[in-house]
Write a protein that binds this ligand. Structure first.
Ligand code: GLN
Length: 249
């Protein structure tokens, strides 16, 4: 285990829509609760990614910001190897940037880093709203909740696996899957921030670096999770209100 956990936040000034910076805070917070000090390294656009990080994060971004980020990453000749070697979480625009290709605002294909065996296209209409997914083969990780706002799709090739199956929302598009993972790389369309809403996923990423983690009291987060799951599913909301006795009036 490293003495200090090095969290590399890639292009935070460009890639950070819908509070994705919260993913960094969640990692720092949950690491600190286990006595692990974390150091956050913010990497500016057109600056090479440092090699000495333990965990790398890329957030979401507007189409134009995403294009700038793509150019910067592709011009950084070590970005691909650095990101391939270390655990990484990429959200929305970040997800598309790690794919073979994504489409820009004009529907033109643009190269990504090709770290994930994924090709991204465009949805006919922007997907906006709460999203719920069931994790695919991620032991100990319960239902994932998030917020999505994207035009991008994702079609997975044989080397990538989905992160989850969509229960409510759009995710990768037509095939009912959400996100991708390949080796240590995790990618998702879920904002929320996804690591705040889904602490088990935060711990999964942390454990890839530091090994087994001590338990953490998630009572407060569970309340938030229940609220968000209700918001995504009105039937669940009504059933729970009835159970709590709020429904009689
Ligand atoms: N610009 C991308 C899209 O619309 C990513 C959006 C995002 O990161 N929220 O698909």
């Amino acid at each position: 285990m490293p003495d200090e956990l090095g969290i590399v936040h890639v292009y935070p000034e460009l890639l950070g829509t819908y509070g994705d910076r919260g993913n960094v805070l969640a990692l720092v917070h949950r690491a600190a609760a286990r006595g692990i000090t974390a150091r956050v390294i913010e990497v500016a656009l057109d600056t090479p990614l440092p090699r000495d990080g333990d965990l790398y994060l890329l957030g979401g971004g507007e189409d134009s910001a995403q294009l700038l980020a793509a150019r910067s990453l592709l011009a950084d000749d070590r970005a691909r190897s650095v990101l391939a070697e270390r655990p990484c979480l990429a959200v929305c625009a970040g997800f598309q940037l790690l794919a073979h290709r994504f489409e820009d605002a004009d529907g033109q294909p643009q190269p990504g880093l090709g770290l994930l065996d994924v090709t991204c296209g465009r949805l006919a209409r922007r997907a906006v709203g709460e999203i719920v997914t069931e994790p695919e083969d991620l032991p100990g990780v319960p239902t994932l909740t998030g917020y999505e706002n994207h035009r991008g799709t994702a079609v997975l090739g044989p080397r990538a696996r989905p992160l989850g199956r969509v229960v409510t929302g759009v995710g990768n598009g037509r095939d009912g899957w959400e996100g991708a993972r390949q080796g240590h790389t995790f990618a998702t369309y879920l904002h929320g921030p996804v690591l705040v809403r889904n602490p088990a996923l935060t711990d999964l990423l942390l454990s890839r670096v530091v090994g087994e983690l001590a338990p953490f009291d998630d009572t407060d987060v569970e309340r938030l999770r229940d609220e968000r799951l209700d918001a995504a599913d009105p039937r669940r909301h009504r059933a729970r209100r009835a159970l709590l006795g709020h429904w009689a009036a």
